[in-house]
Write a protein that binds this ligand. Structure first.
Ligand SMILES: [Cu+2]
Length: 329
């Protein structure tokens, strides 16, 4: 029975990975084919695809004290979202997702935003209770803006640019997660932050990609990813020990796809919708996380091995929303 179960997991994973490598290969091929065509027929030099550093899913410690200063810089940059796929992103602090922010319930959060981009940007903290027309205002290029709010509710919250047309700013990468710890903290666990999001791509003459409005408005992503890059934690698994409590702090940044978060070979001992300890469920198999929503899932894994995590919306898993938890003795 155990052998049959293990075989099924391997077959399932194999088919997902085969799908991934197919889509990745075809994308890379079309990119290089296009680049070659450009080299032969036009003067547009091919883009240099930036190197990708694995996004660090470990959660930085929440600062001590009664207040926290957060500085965010809006930048428009070229990033990699998949092998050989260079994407013209709009970002907070130069990464997609933006930095993992971590504060504690009750702290005052002092935010300073600086717009180093070429267009107006803004911010919207789902963890804050502030007037939209005052604090989520457009910040023009070259300008800075500061405001403060108190973290009243614990949870896993989204922050994102809210400048019209909002879906462009989110589809291009202007989002991240802010974790507000409950006032009395979480039980000790191996904690990781994951942001699910999607990219809608359109190749431009230099071989790089920018947003495809038609795909974006019809909700047909080319890539669905955890922490900004196709498949990255398959090659660089997240790790934990047998019997260790694992806490995954998951945000679904969308902009449009729902997440059906699931870990193959595991059950969630505890689930906290939006990451609030009061929203407690037990024994769940798959958690629905809407765009703009979050969850904390906890589990204790009793046997060493590989445990893939996916969105069980499998067309999205096949587009890159897959990683691996590696459990060691
Ligand atoms: Cu923006």
């Amino acid at each position: 029975m155990a052998v049959t179960g293990a075989l099924m997991v391997i077959l399932l994973l194999g088919s997902v990975l085969a799908g991934l490598s197919r889509s990745t290969t075809s994308t890379a091929t079309s990119a290089s084919a296009n680049t070659n065509t450009n080299a032969n027929t036009s003067a547009v030099p091919p883009i240099v695809v930036p190197a990708h550093d694995t996004y660090n899913a470990q959660i930085p410690p929440a600062p001590a004290g009664n207040s926290v200063n957060i500085n965010l810089t809006m930048k428009e940059i070229l990033i990699s979202i998949a092998p050989n796929v260079a994407y013209h992103a709009w970002s907070f602090n130069g990464t997609v997702p933006g930095p993992i922010l971590h504060v504690r319930q009750g702290q005052m959060v002092h935010v300073t935003l600086t717009n180093e981009g070429s267009m107006a940007h803004s911010i919207d903290f789902h963890a804050a209770q502030v007037p939209w027309n005052v604090d989520y205002q457009a910040i023009q290029p070259g300008k800075s803006f500061s405001f403060s709010w108190r973290a009243n509710y614990p949870g896993v919250f989204m922050y994102h640019c809210g400048t019209p047309t909002v879906i462009y700013h989110m589809a291009n990468g202007m989002y991240g997660t802010i974790i507000v710890d409950p006032a009395n903290g979480w039980a000790p666990a191996q904690q990781y932050a994951l942001v699910q999001s999607e990219f809608y791509t359109h190749q431009i003459p230099d071989g790089s990609y920018s947003v495809d409005a038609t795909k974006m408005m019809s909700g047909s992503p080319d890539y669905v990813v955890f922490n900004g890059y196709v498949n990255q934690y398959k090659d660089a698994p997240l790790t934990a020990k047998v019997g260790q409590r694992i806490g995954l702090f998951i945000l679904n940044a969308g902009p449009s796809q729902f997440s059906a978060f699931h870990v193959i070979g595991a059950l969630f001992s505890d689930v906290y919708i939006d990451g609030n300890p009061a929203n407690h469920m037990v024994g769940n198999q798959t958690i629905s996380i809407p765009p703009g929503g979050g969850a904390v899932v906890e589990m204790v894994i009793p046997a060493a091995g590989l445990y893939p995590f996916v969105t069980h919306s499998f067309s999205d898993a096949s587009k890159g929303a897959l990683g691996v938890l590696k459990i060691t003795p």
